[in-house]
Design a protein around this ligand. Structure first.
Ligand SMILES: [Zn+2]
Length: 137
């Protein structure tokens, strides 16, 4: 055993385009970007829709969805994540449209499967910054 302190996990660095997303998560809400031309919904990291439209608006999402794909991590890429092994990284297909990559928590890693219904839970990681994670619904 080492006495080396466990480093902090990296946190989001909200910018103008993403701050409303992280702030909503800190309040226990999920917001997505929606294209005003075609209605597509996606995470706030994109500045334009696939249809070419750049007029995007914020919409509230339920936070419910299903596991679209996932992997189980058995070897931590960073010491900050070692205590959580094994953990699940999943792409969740949201019922309101769009997909979001995050962790599935609150169950054994081997209980996760494609199609598993999940709902968002939120972890506050800083002042006005929350991170969405998912747990079995
Ligand atoms: Zn569009």
């Amino acid at each position: 055993m080492s006495d080396t302190p466990i480093p902090a996990k990296p946190s989001p660095s909200p910018g103008d385009a993403t701050a409303p997303f992280w702030a909503a998560c800190a309040e226990g809400r999920l917001r997505l970007r929606a294209c005003t031309a075609c209605g597509a919904r996606f995470t706030p990291t994109r500045a334009a829709c696939g249809c070419g439209c750049t007029r995007l608006e914020w919409v509230e999402a339920s936070g419910r969805g299903t596991v679209f794909s996932y992997t189980v991590v058995h070897r931590a890429p960073d010491p900050a994540f070692r205590a959580e092994l094994p953990y699940v990284i999943a792409i969740v297909a949201l019922e309101d449209g769009g997909r979001l990559m995050s962790n599935v928590i609150g169950c054994a890693a081997d209980a996760v499967r494609i199609g598993l219904p999940v709902r968002a839970v939120y972890e506050t990681v800083g002042e006005g910054v929350g991170v969405p994670k998912f747990t079995p619904a």
